[in-house]
Design a protein around this ligand. Structure first.
Ligand SMILES: O=C(O)Cc1cc(O)ccc1O
Ligand SMILES: [Fe+2]
Length: 442
């Protein structure tokens, strides 16, 4: 990729703004998108991530100026990736139980020789990609970089949350370096590949979480009374600068299309975009830049104050998916039980832990694990957390060195058969609440 050393990597700042970048000076047409002959004998190609007629504030599209248009590729054949399923599997009734998975093993059969695509596993999903509704909650376990192999997803955008191992995400629009603690968002239809520099250097497998969003694109939440600053600030999102590969030779392009996988040979690199402009772009974001807001008086606020990105549904305020983080923060609430309350919610909650401890489950929820509390399934702090927080001296306390997150959806998540049969399923999860005795003192 015009091999850019990471120290020289540059990014464009912002979320959903009009970016513009050229890897070769003069490659971007000026004053129009589609001149009779594009500069430098490039082909102009439009990539739209929304309908042409989507309202202006939601409309996302970019113009790519490339050495050959995307349509130049070999024919597609079926490709097998049985662990990456799409949408809700409804084969059997699902018990209304809280569910949890231990960290998926990094040295298991799933990982060996797998790259980011082959190592993807759907744990739970809802909705239907054809209907452009719902999300999948996935985990990748991989130890091999994608080299002359690229991927494109027609079924949704991918929100990538690395948990172990850095990622180098080469996209048509340039390169993103993404480390645990950071996230990346790759729009539907953008071709990319993922290299695993830590795995390549012998530091073991790479693992992380992915939200495959079949619905409306993620955008920043409204801030309401918070005002014009705070939470994830648009400025802290980083889009790549244009870069293209120069090495000749063949590629494989894997495509996810209608829940099925396809593979086509290409005689050239799909990373051949010399310049681009527009507001549809992959981005990365460092969660360390999240301006966290909390209660400075009393009570535990709703976790919606931790929303980084939201994918709306057609019911206002009732998201297809909210991406919510639980970052390091101070707890200062007075006269308050500080961890999450016991609760039953309309919304369904899939959670993961990047590192550290989660305050509602200090022992049982491990980095690389996952939990699922579907709509109206009761849950809350485990006994250890309840006992500690009920007796705690309420001086200011820093929850440090931690990053949990939640994919929260209005639609119930259906775990996959693979996830239900996995040895990582924590069949004793509900025991963490079993000791909460009736201590009523009338
Ligand atoms: O269940 C959970 O751990 C997630 C969560 C956290 C919180 O602070 C409030 C509500 C909620 O669902
Ligand atoms: Fe919850």
């Amino acid at each position: 990729m015009s091999s850019v050393p990471s120290s020289e990597l540059r990014y464009q700042s912002g979320f959903g703004n009009e970016y513009a970048s050229e890897a070769v000076a003069g490659a971007l047409p000026q004053g129009r998108n589609s001149p009779q002959r594009a500069p430098l004998a490039l082909y102009a190609e439009l990539l739209s991530g929304t309908a042409f007629t989507a309202p202006r504030h939601q409309n996302r599209r970019s113009w790519l100026y490339r050495r050959q248009p995307s349509v130049v590729s070999g024919r597609y054949q079926a490709y097998s990736q049985a662990r990456w399923t799409t949408g809700a599997e409804r084969a059997s009734a699902l018990a209304p139980e809280p569910m949890r998975w231990h960290p998926l093993p990094l040295d298991g059969a799933e990982t060996s020789g797998a790259d980011f695509i082959d190592g993807m596993h759907t744990l739970a999903a809802n909705g239907d990609a054809e209907a452009q509704v719902g999300i999948g909650s996935l985990m990748y376990l991989a130890n091999r970089s994608m080299e002359r192999r690229a991927f494109v997803n027609a079924d949704g955008e991918l929100l990538i949350v690395p948990q172990q191992g850095r990622l180098v995400i080469t996209t048509e629009m340039g390169v993103l370096h993404v480390a645990p603690g950071e996230i990346a968002l790759v729009p539907r239809g953008v071709v990319f590949k993922v290299a695993l520099p830590d795995s390549d250097a012998g530091h073991g497998a790479s693992r992380g979480y992915v939200c495959e969003n079949y619905g409306a694109q993620f955008h920043l939440p409204e801030l309401g009374p918070i005002g014009s600053n705070g939470l994830a600030n648009a400025r802290d999102f980083q889009a790549p600068v244009a870069a293209f590969e120069t090495e000749p030779g063949a590629y494989e392009l894997i495509k996810k299309f209608g829940g099925h996988f396809w593979i086509a040979p290409m005689q050239h690199s799909p990373f051949n975009v010399v310049a681009w402009h527009g507001n549809l772009a992959p981005v990365k974001y460092d969660t360390a830049n999240f301006m966290t807001i909390g209660s400075i008086s009393f009570d535990h606020p709703d976790p919606s104050i931790f929303t980084v990105l939201t994918s709306p549904s057609d019911t206002p305020g009732t998201a297809n998916c909210d991406f919510v983080i639980f970052p390091p923060r101070w707890l200062v609430m007075e006269g308050t039980f500080r961890p999450p309350w016991y609760h039953r919610n309309l919304m369904s909650e899939f959670m993961g832990l990047v590192h550290g401890e989660y305050d509602a489950k200090p022992g049982g929820f491990k980095p690389g694990g996952a939990s699922l509390h579907n709509s109206m399934v009761p849950h809350g702090p485990d006994q250890e957390a309840f006992d500690k927080a009920s007796a705690a001296d309420l001086k200011p306390q820093k929850l440090d060195n931690t990053l949990a997150f939640m994919f929260e959806s209005r639609y119930r998540f259906i775990p996959t058969t693979w996830a239900l049969q996995s040895p990582a399923l924590d069949t004793d999860y509900a025991d963490c609440w079993a000791g909460l005795q009736d201590t009523f003192k009338p």
